[in-house]
Structure formats: C-alpha cells, structure tokens
Write a protein that binds this ligand. Structure first.
Ligand code: PEP
Ligand code: MG
Length: 578
C-alpha cells in the first residue's frame, strides 16, 4: 500500500489514528428522465413528500439537540438549514420545473441547486458566499430522500477509531458525529470560518479541511493519521511513522489529563502575579464549557450572535433573559457583554431593512458605528444589559471605537438607558463599568481619551491585525499576510498595554492571540494581566502562566518591541519561550 501525505487547513488541533470511512454527499449520481404528462402531479407529490421528510429530520435533530448537551452553534446551524429548506427557491421552484419540463424530481432539484449556487458565487461578501455550502447540503438531503437514501451517517465501530472523510459536511451531519465519537474528520472543502470548522473546534476533535481531493484519493478502510495542529493527513503510514505518532498521541492525552487538574488552581506567575483568564462566548449555552474549564470570568460575550440566523430582532426581554442567565451563572465573577458588533462578516438577516450593501463593509457602518446610527436598537440592548446587571457582575464593552465623539455618544446613550429604567423603577447596577475595545490603530495612537472616559479596555487583536496590516481577516487569498507578529502589531500591543498600566486602567486581550501558548510570555512581558479566549484554550494558557515569570521577561520583550526584522523577532520570541 502506498503511503502519502495530504495537506489542508488544520482547523482543530490534536492527533487521531484510525480507519477511513468515506461519506458520499456531493457525489450523488442524479438520473435525468422524462415523466409522462399524466404522472407530473405524482412526481410533484414525490418531491413535496421528500421535503416534508427532511423537515421532520431537521426537527428531530433539533429536539435531540435541546435535550442533549450539544454546543450552542448547532441550533443556529439547524435554523439556517431550516430556513433554506423552506425558502420558495428550494421547495417551490423545482415543482414548477417538473411541471414545465416534465422531468423527474431529482433532476428538477439539481437544476435549481445549480442556479442557486451560481447566485451565491456572485455575492461579494466572503462569509455569505460560503453559505452556498449550506444550500448544497440541504439540497442533498432532499435528493437522498428522493433517491430512497436517508441521510444518516454510518455508525462507527466501537473498537477502532473511525475517521470520517467527506467532500463536505453539514452542521447537521456533525451533530450525529458527536454521538458516534468519530476520531477526526477530513473534508475537501471548507475554510477556517466555515461552519464545520467552528463546530469541530467546539467539539475538540482534530479536523483538517480544504484538502481539495481527500475524498477521491483515500479509500474506505485505509489507515489514516490526522494531525490537526500540523495541517497534515498521512495515508497508509509505515510502521515507524505510526509508532512515532502513537507516542505523540499518548503524550497529548497525558498532557490533557494533567491539564484538567489545573481547573481550580489560581493562575499565578512564578513571581506571584495573579493573572485573570476569562472565556469568550457566543451564546448563553457556551457558559457550561467556560465554567468547566475554570474561567475566572467572561471576558467577551459576542452578543451579536443572538441576532444571527433569525427572522425577527430579539426583543428587550429576550435579550435580558440571555444576559441574565450568563450573569447569574457566573456567580459574581465578571461578565463582559459586548454590544452588537454587526456588519462586515456578521450580517443579520433580521436586519434586512436596516442594513445596506456597503462598498467596503469592514470599513463601513459596523459595530458601534451601526449602533449609534440605530439608536432605538442600541437603547433596547443597553436597557437589557443594564437590567441583567442586577443579577451578577456585568460590565459593558463597546466594539470598534475610534474617536472621542463615539465614546461620548455611547456614554450618553447609556445614561439615557439608565434614566428610562430609573423612571420605570427597574433595578440595575448604576455603577456598571463601561469599557472599550481597542481594535483600530487610531485607538492605540490616541488612547488618552479612552483612558480618561472608560473604566477598562480590551484589545481585539483579530481586528487590530486586520486594520493595521490592511488584510481582510476573512479573505483566504491574503491570509498569508495576516501576521500577529508583524513588528507593527507587537509595537501597538506594547504601547496599548503600557499606556493602560500607567493610567491604572485594566486592559485585556480578547482576540485569538490571547489563546496562543507561544505568545503568552510575550504578552505577560508587556505587562498584560487579563486574557480572554475560547474556553478550550483556558487550561493550556493557565499552565503556561504557571511556568512563566511576569517581571523577568521585560528586558527581552523590550528588545522584541524594538526589532524591525521579522526573523530576528522570531528568534527572540524563541528565546523567550525556551
Ligand atoms: C477581535 O477583533 O479580536 C475580537 C475579539 O472581536 P471579533 O473577533 O468578534 O471581531
Ligand atoms: Mg473584533
């Protein structure tokens, strides 16, 4: 058997060794034949029945979800699939095609799917364009029903790990994946921001996407090693390679077990400095994972996720309930609720009437700019957050601030929201801290007003990198230029953290950099004491903190800050991590 390696994008790290199980999804062969005129009605009925069956299938998955412990994203994904399925372009147009062309239902649906896919490909927004995959997945579910093939995944054998290899996987498939305990998964398609990647990360299963042709090159039952951290898949490894990976796997397992013991241990550096490790969450359901991993607070609740994938805006009461659950669930620990960061790659369908096509959405009416332009929507959210502040240790975080006038307008809106609650006699914490996100270079370079007017700051490195280097964080074509260790980024971070320390204003990092073990010492050396990250990274970072000095790294970090040459900078970071 020939041994070879495939490269893709590792979206979830870890190593899995197991047998390949191929899943045919996008490779369905669709027959095309003519229907006699008298059978057209029955053919339309066959199509309607298949759609109904898939509706029931999705409903079943949804109720399994609400009774189980699946991550919150799944529900949202199922909602998207439900909406696609019930859209007239998918559930009605094929009927017209059958009636007009007298063709079989499979062929009518396939034709319509091609039309929809083509329409999605014309969309400029990369995130929306990626949703094309969801349309294909829903269409294929209906196709499988039509072809008498229900869309259930094969059951994995208990004694051996099974690695799923698919052209693409839908979020609904991945839910079943959770119950079957697959060891890993590989897909030909998908990007770092694809639904499959997001779900894989929340399941903690190694995954490599964008392998291009894994589905074609790998055969059922072949032995595979999936190394998510190194973006590689080894097919039919020889004995030496296998032994080496088994050893690595044991080491990772052991390290994970050991990490669990750190759950309740305070994060303190070797020289006795207490570090706060907070969790980033998207929905209230994510709270459990944050608590399980010992988060000492919620550093970023991305509240805009309450808006996505729904027809109507969430009401004040609905929002209040979501914020209250998190505030109360953290039992007095800080809960930082970020006001809506809508726009750019996060467009809410429920805002159709309010949003418009911007020439450059990342530089357009996004985040606080959008909220200030829609004061009613902003006030509703601020009232809901303030009401929740009565039930826990809530703080408000404002995204994408660039100028003093935005801070002033936001503080005035918060004052208005407080006033209206006071008038109605609704209880809230009148001293709720208000913080700002540092995501735009201008905010770092003119931070004086931020330090004077706000109670705390949080650096969103994901956007800070995008806006400093002029590299769209969602565009695969320029992803090689997206560099967290660009000297400009290092300097901006040091400058922001240093200024905040001097002014005695708490500052955190809540972008992906906070969850990167190789950057922990760099950030500590800059004086950072608050980190916020995906819950899965918390214990690894805590371990790193426990092994690091806070003060001793300063001189080396100062040299890193002054370095212009990327290679020298990397060599110094290696020294820091030695
Ligand atoms: C960031 O920009 O780093 C951040 C934490 O916010 P988001 O990723 O939600 O834009
Ligand atoms: Mg951001």
């Amino acid at each position: 058997m020939v041994s070879f390696a495939l490269h893709g994008v590792g979206v979830s790290s870890g190593i899995a060794i197991g047998r390949a199980q191929l899943v045919s999804h996008a490779t369905l062969e669709v027959a095309h034949y003519t229907i006699p005129a008298r059978q057209v009605g029955a053919e339309i009925e066959r199509f309607t029945l298949a759609v109904k069956e898939v509706q029931r299938e999705l409903e079943g998955l949804h109720s399994a979800l609400t009774s189980g412990d699946a991550p919150g994203e799944f529900g949202a994904f199922l909602d998207v699939h439900w909406m696609i399925l019930n859209d007239a372009t998918l559930c009605e147009t094929p009927k017209k095609i059958i009636a007009e062309q007298h063709c079989n239902a499979e062929w009518a649906l396939t034709q319509q799917m091609s039309v929809l896919v083509e329409q999605f490909e014309q969309i400029e927004d990369a995130y929306l364009r990626e949703r094309k995959a969801d349309v294909v997945q829903v269409g294929e579910r209906v196709l499988k029903r039509l072809m008498g093939r229900p869309g259930t995944l094969p059951v994995a054998k208990a004694e051996e790990q099974t690695i799923l290899v698919a052209h693409d996987l839908s979020p609904a498939d991945v839910i079943q994946f959770k119950h079957h305990h697959y060891g890993a998964f590989l897909t030909d398609l998908g990007g770092v921001t694809s639904h499959t990647a997001i779900v894989a990360r929340s399941l903690n299963v190694p995954a490599v996407v964008a392998t291009h042709n894994a589905r074609q090159l790998i055969r059922d039952g072949e032995l595979l090693i999936v190394d998510g951290g190194n973006h590689v898949v080894i097919v039919n490894p020889d004995r030496a390679v296998l032994a080496e990976y088994r050893l690595k796997q044991d080491e990772i397992d052991l390290a994970r077990q050991k990490l669990k013991r750190l759950r309740t241990k305070p994060a303190e550096t070797l020289d006795g400095v207490r570090i706060e490790l907070y969790a980033n969450i998207e929905l209230p359901d994510d709270l459990a994972q944050a608590v399980d991993n010992g988060a000492s607070g919620i550093g970023l609740f991305r509240s805009e996720f309450l808006f996505l994938n729904r027809d109507a805006l969430p009401t004040e009461d609905e929002q209040f309930e979501a914020y209250r659950v998190v505030a109360a669930g953290m039992k007095g620990k800080p809960v930082t609720i970020r006001t809506f960061d809508l726009g750019a790659d996060k467009q809410a369908e429920s805002l159709e009437g309010l949003s418009r096509v911007a020439p450059n959405p990342a530089l357009g009416l996004r985040a606080v700019r959008f909220c200030l332009a829609e004061p009613r929507l902003f006030l509703t959210q601020l009232r809901a957050i303030l009401r929740a502040s009565h039930y826990g240790n809530v703080q408000i975080l404002i995204p994408m601030l660039a100028s003093v006038s935005e801070i002033d307008q936001t503080l005035a809106m918060i004052a208005r929201a407080k006033e209206s609650l006071r008038e109605q006699g609704v209880p809230f914490n009148s001293n709720v801290p208000v913080g700002g996100m540092i995501e735009i270079p201008a905010a770092v370079l003119a931070m004086g007003a931020f330090l004077k007017k706000l109670d705390f700051l949080s650096i969103g490195t994901n956007d800070l990198i995008q806006y400093t280097l002029a590299v769209d964080r969602a565009d695969e074509a320029v992803s090689h230029l997206y560099d967290p260790l660009h000297p400009a980024i290092v300097r901006l971070l040091a400058l922001a953290i240093g200024q905040a320390a001097k002014a005695k204003i708490p500052i955190a990092v809540c972008g992906e950099m906070a969850g990167e073990v190789l950057l922990t010492r760099l950030l500590l050396g800059m004086g950072l004491k608050h980190f916020s990250m995906h819950p899965a990274h918390l214990l690894g970072i805590k371990q790193r903190v426990l092994q690091s000095e806070f003060a001793a790294a300063r001189p080396l970090v100062e040299r890193i800050r002054r370095t212009d040459e990327p290679y020298k900078l990397l060599a110094l970071i290696d020294r820091l991590n030695a």
